[in-house]
Ligand binder design. Structure first.
Ligand SMILES: [Zn+2]
Ligand SMILES: [Zn+2]
Length: 287
């Protein structure tokens, strides 16, 4: 099970991996999140990254803190499926998995320049007449000729086979530290029957992610609207945050500190709840 997978290699182009302690620490937290507080498995915490479980910033529109985390969870789900149905032992699947793991070890695809826009893809495909520039068969993948530049002169159309062969040739052997990390990834996230993260669960995640995303949006929206801020016409979380912060800072302008403004002599009743306190503040500021 997964034999041979750990002996993969790293791509020569390592955009994120600068060899620093910081990178190694970050990579560990992306690949092996601490789920010790969730013994039942399928861990998911609202408003936290579905992969590394770190808090998400308000303005983040999704369920992951980074492309790296998103791609890692996707790879884990793919590996769990392949492990269960035995595909993981097929040589071609093994090779494809090795490549995928090598990229995850080095950082996100986008950091490695592997995310091209559909327009760029279409242009290169068109320019190369739809044919693999290596063997002349119909091509399907865009290859970075050398390095990670997205300039058209650095891109070419290749077929699946030629692309994979070229990628494998550009790999260097994985250092022991990476092999150990991949072994731990298998033990902790791929092999267990019950996935440690909800985002690792092939079937459940497919069912849940879009509802969770909607819920996360609605939660923030409700929170901001409960401050009396009207978000009509604003679509993205980022827009809501900008509006919220603008309104709050406007309200704070020229406001005395609450401790001065709300003395007993103002006739403010301190016994009433927090919400009323907030409302009182807001009323004062709009006067
Ligand atoms: Zn994350
Ligand atoms: Zn080819």
């Amino acid at each position: 099970m997964g034999d041979g997978i750990t002996v993969v290699a790293s791509p020569k182009v390592k955009a994120d991996d600068d060899g620093s302690e910081e990178f190694h620490r970050l990579r560990r937290s992306v690949l092996l999140p601490d789920t010790s507080a969730y013994p039942l498995g399928r861990a998911y915490i609202a408003d936290h990254c579905a992969n590394c479980l770190n808090p998400l910033p308000d303005g983040n529109e999704g369920l992951y803190c980074s492309d790296w985390c998103k791609e890692t969870a996707g790879t884990v789900r793919y590996l769990r499926g392949a492990n269960r149905d035995g595909r993981i032992d097929q040589p071609d699947v093994k090779e494809a998995i090795g490549i995928r793991l090598a990229f995850i070890m080095a950082g996100s695809y986008s950091a490695l320049g592997r995310n091209l826009s559909p327009t760029t893809r279409a242009k290169v495909k068109d320019r190369d007449g739809g044919m693999c520039q290596s063997c002349g068969k119909p091509g399907s993948e865009i290859d970075h000729i050398s390095g990670s530049s997205d300039e058209p002169t650095n891109l070419q159309l290749l077929c699946n086979e030629c692309h994979r062969a070229k990628t494998m040739k550009n790999m260097i052997p994985a250092p022991d530290e990476e092999k150990a990390l991949i072994a731990a990834l298998f033990i902790e996230r791929i092999v267990p029957d019950v996935p440690v993260l909800l985002a690792d669960d092939e079937a459940e995640w497919q069912r849940a992610w879009s509802a969770l995303k909607k819920e996360r949006r609605q939660r923030l929206r409700d929170e901001i609207e409960s401050m009396g801020i009207n978000l009509a016409g604003l679509k993205t979380r980022a827009e809501w945050i900008v509006k919220r912060d603008a309104v709050l800072s406007e309200r704070a302008q020229g406001q005395p500190a609450p401790s001065e403004s709300l003395s007993a002599s103002d006739g403010f009743n301190w016994d009433i709840g927090k919400d009323t306190f907030l409302e009182h503040l807001l009323n004062r500021s709009t006067r």
